[in-house]
Design a protein around this ligand. Structure first.
Ligand code: AMP
Length: 426
């Protein structure tokens, strides 16, 4: 679990803003759910035999209630969708969420115990258009962040009867090869054999190489759906490839599953930036009406690893340089006035306790300030303020009553010379 320090927060906010403005354009509205849910919510939806439920959840008991800090977002969003009878108010629902998730995994680069996800869930659309639009949106999102080398992988794992059938096929195929599998996969063979297809262990990859494809077991309806998804992606010219070994971990997926990977930037072995799929049975299974749905989640930390640091616009800063405590109080008043006009003001309050002008101006330079307003004994006595223009290296004294207007004027003149700056005056 990591601290996110101020020098990293700018990148987080940039990513958050990019995601939010994009999903809005696709018609998604934000939903916020609690971090704590009843443990049963996840065991019933994500599935008892998945790694998440089996060994990664932070669960505890409080007043004889079994609770879990959410390991993923979809289960909570589906619970909220059902609990608030949303399907009675709208036929199509597009929701997005974001925030921290918690899984007690083995930490590695790109794999943390508290990590952050953004996700989208589309309720009420059974057809392939919804799947394709989401996959295309992910592509759009990652390319708009400048992330290249994208590998968009899609597959169809069918509805529950097909899955059960294929699960048996996988089990029967791998049973005679059990000793060739990794230890993890030997354990999975009886409980959740489909997970073996997802394994990155070279022994497992070798063992599943000749396995019959899930696509050969799809019903006509499932096949038509999958062809529909691929046809839409072709038409949109969204780059993707079909990989029949993609199953993804969670029990609730039906039909389409997808994942986006990259080798860009600092991404290491944990190269999945996000993934998702259809979950047509989950709403009903959790006590709601029969509503089809499809969604995805992306991981913030991994996206940041994949991204080149964006050049973030720096706000124009004015610093207050008071010499003495009376000057500091005067500076407080001027700073507040300037801020009401949208100016970013840094008050060097050390001046109240006698810090030297040299040390305060050095700090102003480090902050990249444009102007510094100096108030010393003589300025106080004369009712004036000295404006130091740190860019032009000139200074002038203005009456106290005019200082706000003169600062705004100076910033405007410099903005006009240098082009627009985010977060500046006005
Ligand atoms: P999942 O919910 O497992 O389908 O994961 C969706 C995305 O969340 C992944 O592609 C990652 O980007 C991110 N993610 C999942 N688990 C972790 C983790 N332990 N640490 C960091 N990111 C994660």
């Amino acid at each position: 679990m990591s601290d996110i320090l101020p020098d990293q927060v700018g990148q987080w906010q940039y990513l958050e803003r990019t995601f939010q403005s994009m999903v809005k354009r696709y018609g998604y509205e934000e939903v916020r759910t609690p971090l704590l849910e009843s443990t049963a919510l996840f065991t019933r939806s994500v599935g008892e035999t998945t790694d998440i439920v089996d060994k990664e959840m932070y669960s505890f008991e409080h007043n004889r209630e079994a609770l879990t800090i959410r390991p993923e977002g979809t289960a909570s969003v589906v619970r909220a969708y059902i609990e608030h009878h949303v399907h009675q108010q709208q036929q199509l629902t597009r929701w997005w969420y974001g925030g921290p998730m918690f899984r007690g995994e083995r930490p590695a680069r790109g794999r943390y115990r508290q990590f952050h996800q953004f996700g989208c869930e589309l309720f009420g659309d059974p057809g392939p258009i919804g799947d394709a639009e989401l996959i295309d949106m992910l592509h759009h999102f990652f390319t708009s962040l400048g992330i290249g080398q994208l590998d968009i992988v899609v597959n169809c794992i069918g509805d529950p009867p097909t899955r059960a059938l294929y699960r048996q096929v996988v089990h029967d195929y791998l049973m005679p090869r059990k000793n060739e599998l990794s230890e993890d996969s030997q354990r999975r063979l009886d409980r959740n054999p489909l997970r073996i297809l997802d394994s990155k262990d070279p022994r497992d990859i070798k063992a599943v190489a000749g396995m019959p494809s899930v696509l050969d077991y799809l019903t006509d309806d499932e096949r038509t759906h999958f062809h529909g998804v691929c046809a839409c992606l072709d038409r949109l010219q969204t780059p993707y490839r079909v990989d029949t070994t993609l199953v993804r971990g969670l029990d609730y997926y039906t039909r389409t599953v997808f994942e986006v990977r990259t080798q860009a930037g600092q991404v290491g072995a944990q190269n999945a930036l996000g993934g998702g799929g259809r979950y047509d049975e989950l709403v009903r299974q959790m006590g709601g009406p029969s509503i089809p749905a499809v969604g995805f989640a992306v991981g913030t930390e991994r996206i940041l690893l994949a991204m080149q640091s964006p050049k973030l616009p720096q706000p124009v800063i004015v610093t207050m340089t008071p010499l003495g405590s009376r000057a500091a109080i005067e500076s407080l008043l001027i700073a507040r006035k300037l801020r009401t006009h949208g100016v970013h003001v840094d008050l060097d309050s050390r001046g109240a306790a006698g810090a030297s002008i040299k040390s305060m101006l050095r700090r102003a330079n480090t902050l990249g300030a444009r102007l510094s307003l100096v108030i010393g004994e003589s300025e106080l006595a004369a009712g004036e303020v000295q404006i130091k223009d740190l860019l032009k290296r000139e200074q002038y004294v203005v009456p106290r009553a005019n200082v706000v207007a003169r600062v705004l004027e100076a910033l405007k003149a410099e903005d006009a010379q240098e082009g627009p700056q985010a977060g500046g005056a006005g």
